[in-house]
Design a protein around this ligand. Structure first.
Ligand code: CP
Length: 304
């Protein structure tokens, strides 16, 4: 059982809830490795509404639903729906709730996830609402950290390079701020520093936060979490062009640290491909955990 009907924000992902989801995700992972499918949702339909581009989130939710033997229905971009004729998001969600048992939605508008969940008679999952939140990515990131490091507390983590606009960074910091003794640094250009409200929120939760302008000389952390500069969210593209090539982890930087290197992907410029085979570069493994974690979430939310 989970203590919510819909998942909108990592605020909802308390340590107890995360533990429940991870216990199920480990079982899902074992089941995937041994027999491929866990036929627990034969009677369910999962609606996948992706009004912003996605590879990992959309395909891993689809894979998760199919491994649970659920059916899926899709809408993949706004122009192929009746949005094009002027239908509101609220009306669309009311309709889709009548066609499905759970709705997963990605949308470019911050706050659209809460708005949609408020109109939905069935459970709802935020698969990314603009630059605001991406709570299921945070679950995958935390699952990876726990698998590799064995804990979600007492961690020193550096985040880069677009803490202003990266919903993945917003959601993971919120999730990890609920565990004791974590310390976060934020590296990147000053124009892309975390929103002051986010720093205040993290500090109020007891997290020590520092900001690093530029790239640090040594990556002396437990985790280095990087995400691309979010090109589609820049009002002034010259800021993106100015910084995109500089903010990059080279092979030498990754090879010189013991830190776990994470990236929610897609990778654009932020990590040199030559670093991919280093043992601490686990971002492709991280992406693979999307299936068991999302299987666990679908299964638990539909059994609520
Ligand atoms: N990490 C992530 O959300 O990737 P996609 O945008 O490809 O779904």
């Amino acid at each position: 059982m989970l203590p919510f009907k819909s998942l909108i924000s990592s605020h909802q992902l308390t340590p107890d809830t995360v533990a429940t989801i991870f216990e199920s995700a480990h079982k899902m992972q074992t089941a995937i490795e041994s027999k491929g499918r866990v036929g627990s949702l034969e009677n369910a339909i999962v609606a996948l509404l992706f009004f912003e581009p996605s590879s990992r989130t959309m395909l891993s939710f689809q894979s998760a639903a199919q491994r649970l033997n659920a059916g899926t229905i899709f809408a993949q971009n706004a122009t192929s729906t009746s949005f094009e004729k002027g239908e509101s998001l609220e009306d669309l969600i009311r309709i889709v709730a009548g066609y499905s048992d759970i709705i997963v939605m990605r949308h470019a508008q911050p706050g659209s996830a809460q708005m949609a969940a408020d109109c939905s008679d069935v459970p709802f999952i935020n698969a990314g609402d603009g630059g605001n939140e991406h709570p299921t990515q945070a679950l995958i990131d935390a699952f990876t950290i726990e698998k590799h490091i064995g804990r979600l507390d007492n961690l020193k983590i550096v985040f880069g390079f677009d803490s202003l606009q990266s919903r993945s960074i917003h959601s993971l910091t919120r999730l990890l701020s609920q565990y004791p003794n974590n310390e976060f640094s934020f590296m990147g250009p000053s124009e892309l520093a975390p929103p002051p409200a986010m720093i205040s929120e993290l500090e109020a939760a007891g997290v020590r936060c520092t900001q690093i302008k530029g790239l640090p000389d040594k990556l002396d952390y437990d985790v280095v979490y990087v995400n691309r500069l979010q090109e589609e969210r820049f009002a002034d593209k010259s800021i993106f062009d100015k910084h995109r090539r500089f903010y990059r982890l080279s092979y030498d930087m990754v090879a010189a640290t013991q830190a776990l290197i994470l990236d929610p992907l897609p990778r654009i410029d932020e990590i040199d491909v030559t670093a991919d085979d280093l043992p601490n570069a686990v971002y492709f493994q991280q992406a693979s955990y999307g299936v068991p974690v999302r299987m666990a979430l679908l299964s638990l939310m539909l059994s609520n």
